[in-house]
Design a protein around this ligand. Structure first.
Ligand code: PLP
Length: 425
């Protein structure tokens, strides 16, 4: 498929990729309403090619990897290692330094355990930010507690942005061993200046880890260009299946690291009392890996690549701008995070005066509009924002402006149920 200009909706002038028909789930309806899915930040829907890749692998190519000499086993090897090559290329990384994990959470834990336990000690600090997902907080809390180190936070300003001067100030203290931060916030939507941050962290002699769970599915990401020591993401948010995540790492660091999990496949040889480790990336993939899931993730990144990630980003940016514009029509609604769509990923978290976010999500759900409510696994950030929860609408390649219109209609209907004014006076 060649890339083409995003068609625009004749009514709104907003962009649409027109790929909804590739996703079979949109044939479903709920309570007579068509499915309007605005929860892609939680997990994405899957195109038929991904579902088919998973099923085809299990149906026709299933065997364990890296141990069989028969033809079927070689097909499974080709599917698994071929998927790794495609996934690595998609993110601008090398296959040998692209490790398959269970999800982004496991990828971050891998670093916290296998790198952190060796390199972080008493008196050291790990620096993260107030906008992190629990997946990029709790592993560092546990590491710091265990090793007698300190966990410090970069603050988020009024606009939902980080302050680079504060990063410089923290690094200047001389005790920071690792800085871990989101590429895109799953609550604020903020796109962080990751390459700039990585350069400052490296200049200070510290190691960087980027949580790219909300970035890789939505914009062009070139891990080598960004230059982080570690970059983690998760397959199920990127049109792939659950059960597979990705960690890209810097070769020298990965080679020097001890393994995370141990057992089969990650060894080169085993004696009664000791073992030696396999080469990269297998050293970090103990046990039978997610083979069918890798094949399906390969299909997912192929699909995204065919759409073109510049085009995906342009589409989601336009849709987010439209969503922000339309949300502003709802009385008492406050969006958190950067005001400009340019500075955000494809999501908007918001509160509505007088209605609990869970009620907001429940009311929109009645109209078939799926949005998320809660702390979004970012409780420290909720505390900084002075709220217990927010509602969050997030877009994917399959959304179009009519989905945003349906959200606004559902919100206005919900406000009426609560006897609240429906539009800004
Ligand atoms: C920013 C961010 N990081 C990490 C994760 C964790 O992803 P997973 O549950 O697939 O490990 C999420 C998922 O919501 C996320 O939004």
């Amino acid at each position: 498929m060649s890339t083409r200009a995003a068609p625009t909706d004749p009514h709104t002038g907003q962009s649409s990729l027109e790929v909804k028909r590739d996703f079979p789930i949109f044939a479903r309806s709920f309570g007579g309403h068509p499915l309007i899915y605005l929860d892609s930040a939680a997990t994405s829907q899957k195109p038929e090619v991904v579902i088919e890749a998973l099923a085809t692998h299990l149906r026709s190519h299933n065997a364990n990897v890296h141990r069989g000499v028969y033809a079927l086993a070689q097909e499974a090897d080709a599917a698994y290692d071929g998927a790794r090559r495609r996934v690595a290329a998609f993110a601008g990384a090398q296959p040998q330094t692209t490790i398959f994990t269970k999800n982004a959470t496991e990828a971050i834990n891998l670093v916290a355990y296998a790198w952190g336990r060796t390199h972080v000690g008493p008196g050291d600090a790990v620096l993260i930010t107030q906008m992190e997902h629990h997946a990029n907080i709790v592993p560092w809390q546990v590491l710091c507690r265990e090793r007698g180190a300190t966990l410090r936070y970069l603050e988020v300003d009024e606009q939902g942005e980080l302050l680079l001067e504060q990063l410089d100030g923290e690094l200047a203290r001389g005790d920071v061993r690792l800085v871990a931060f989101a590429h895109v916030s799953n609550v604020l939507g903020t796109i962080n200046p990751v390459a700039e941050m990585v350069a400052r962290v490296r200049a200070a002699g510290a190691v960087s880890l980027i949580d790219g769970a909300q970035a890789v599915p939505h914009m062009p990401v070139d891990v080598e260009q960004i230059g982080a020591d570690f970059y983690a993401w998760t397959g199920h948010k990127a049109l792939g299946p659950t059960g597979i995540g990705v960690l890209h790492g810097r070769r020298e660091i990965l080679e020097a690291m001890e393994p995370f999990l141990t057992g089969g496949d990650m060894i080169s040889s085993v004696d009664f009392q000791s073992a030696s480790w396999n080469e990269l990336p297998y050293k970090f993939e103990a046990g039978t890996p997610p083979i069918a899931e890798a094949a399906a993730l390969g299909a997912a990144v192929d699909y995204l690549q065919t759409l073109g990630m510049e085009r995906v980003r342009a589409h989601e940016r336009a849709l987010t701008a439209y969503m922000l514009e339309r949300l502003a029509e709802v009385s008492g609604l406050r969006v958190v995070g950067p005001p400009a769509a340019e500075r955000r990923g494809g999501l908007a978290s918001f509160t509505i005066e007088g209605i609990h976010p869970h009620d907001v999500a429940e009311l929109t759900g009645r109209e078939g509009v799926c949005i998320r409510a809660g702390h979004h696994c970012a409780q420290p950030l909720m505390r900084c924002l002075g709220v217990g929860a927010t509602a969050r609408a997030s877009v994917g390649v399959y959304n179009d402006p009519s989905d945003v219109d349906a959200l606004i209609d559902a919100l206005l209907a919900g406000l009426e149920v609560f006897g609240l004014d429906t539009s800004r006076g």
